[in-house]
Design a protein around this ligand. Structure first.
Ligand code: 5GP
Ligand code: ZN
Length: 112
């Protein structure tokens, strides 16, 4: 837990979110400012700043996050979807707690 981190606060419930999935390691919730008809974020419960901070010990967690994307996309009735991990300010990352964006559901593929 990082005291000033928005996603840590969502994980511990002190900031509300529209949660679509939760287990011991990860949660998924709808993006507050969606860029597509369906736009949710898959977030590890443990605080990790970004993909650039990940190490070998995070391999299975990263794999779990990726494998959750098609499972949750299917539950959201998405026939296809886009996944995105912004890394670092130059990569467009605004929240420095690693997260996987999953977008889809419009007439055209989402821009990302
Ligand atoms: P990034 O640019 O870091 O990859 O994406 C951060 C995402 O988190 C943005 O799409 C933004 O809309 C979303 N976001 C920021 N604050 C909140 C929040 O308090 N609740 C939810 N549900 N999403 C948030
Ligand atoms: Zn955090």
């Amino acid at each position: 837990m990082s005291a000033d981190c928005i996603f840590c606060k969502i994980v511990n419930g002190s900031i509300p979110s529209k949660k679509i999935y939760e287990d011991d390691d990860v949660i998924a919730f709808n993006d507050i400012n969606p860029s597509a008809k369906v736009h949710f974020l898959i977030v590890p419960k443990a605080h990790i700043d970004s993909l650039a901070s990940c190490e070998a010990q995070h391999q299975s967690l990263l794999g779990k996050m990726l494998l959750l994307a098609p499972k949750l996309a299917k539950e959201q009735s998405l026939a296809g979807f886009k996944t995105l991990i912004n890394t670092g300010r130059d990569g467009g990352q605004e929240v420095f707690h690693i997260h996987l964006h999953v977008l889809g559901g419009g007439d055209k593929p989402p821009k990302a």
